[in-house]
Design a protein around this ligand. Structure first.
Ligand SMILES: C[S@@+](CC[C@H](N)C(=O)[O-])C[C@H]1O[C@@H](n2cnc3c(N)ncnc32)[C@H](O)[C@@H]1O
Length: 281
């Protein structure tokens, strides 16, 4: 039972064979990035600890929920764009809890046979994802850590659903900033992208140090969740696209990436970069 009184494992986890096992490992008393993000984008899969710290962070930085929603919208536009380029396979790393505009819904609205594999290191994501995807033949979700690319790439769900002889989209939306320098984020991105054939795409959004409107020292004492992280500047995020050609408009503030409506005039709250790279011949 979480602090808000909702039995988290009912009905989702109880329905799934992995549920009981995952339940034992889910700590609902510690705020977690997947669930705080879910709270900010208006989801329901979060707990009192997530909401409390989520509110305090949003007090220190009022644009946070707006930024989270802008990131989710970018992910949708990017998946639609990449699918429009003929890509039918998506590896969504740090996928987050199922919410509106999930990758498989968008990709499969463009190609009904699109394959989507979700990976997240939060066991709750797997539990909720599997319940949602129970009837989906071309979509999988599993618990994995992107800091160990080999274990992700060798996972049976990836091996059975993703054909690396065909174009693949690697999605790293709002997750690389949870990977510290010691874990070698550039090496991780390279490990996921080195096998990709031409026509493949890399999608990244990343919290940035050069756009951040407040001093991170104000957030650090509040953000005592299980995550560690690192903000990066434009040049550092650009470096992750090594070997890819950035599609227009390049690496830009998140609402400016191929907006579908007029972007906001005041961009000061949008301290994330977004970009899509294409692998050419
Ligand atoms: C801010 S959410 C982003 C969710 C989704 N990608 C989106 O853009 O809407 C970040 C997600 O990354 C996951 N995550 C953080 N570190 C990870 C890691 N090392 N391996 C896999 N997932 C990770 C978190 O659990 C969380 O669900």
């Amino acid at each position: 039972m979480n602090a808000a009184g909702t039995p988290w494992s009912d009905p989702v986890a109880a329905d799934h064979p992995d549920g009981a096992e995952a339940a034992g490992r889910i700590d609902t008393s510690t705020p977690h990035p997947a669930r705080m993000y879910d709270y900010w984008i208006g989801g329901k899969q979060n707990f009192a600890a997530d909401r409390e710290v989520g509110d305090r962070m949003a007090e220190a930085m009022p644009g946070l929920p707006l930024l989270a929603r802008a990131n989710r919208a970018f992910l949708g536009r990017a998946v639609r764009y990449v699918a429009g380029q003929g890509v039918k396979q998506f590896l969504d790393l740090g996928a987050g809890l199922p919410a509106s505009g999930n990758t498989h819904e968008i990709a499969q609205s463009v190609h009904s046979d699109a394959a989507v594999v979700y990976v997240d290191n939060d066991p709750l994501v797997t539990v909720h994802g599997r319940a949602l995807l129970a009837d989906e033949a071309r979509t999988r979700v599993f618990e994995g850590d992107l800091r160990d690319p080999k274990s992700v790439l060798d996972h049976p769900d990836v091996v059975s659903l993703i054909d690396f002889e065909q174009p693949v989209a690697i999605l790293l939306a709002a997750v690389l900033h949870f990977v510290t320098a010691e874990a070698d984020p550039a090496g991780i991105v390279a490990a996921f992208t080195e096998r990709l054939v031409p026509g493949s795409h890399l999608v990244i959004s990343h919290a940035s140090s050069d756009l951040l409107p407040v001093d991170t020292d104000r957030l650090r004492p509040i953000y005592r969740s299980s995550a560690t992280g690192a903000l990066r500047d434009h040049a550092e995020v650009l470096g992750f696209f090594d070997g890819f050609e950035l599609v227009e408009p390049g690496l830009v503030q998140i609402p400016l990436w191929r907006p579908e409506s007029e972007p906001p005039e005041d961009l000061s709250q949008y301290w994330m970069y977004a970009g899509v790279g294409a692998k050419r011949d």
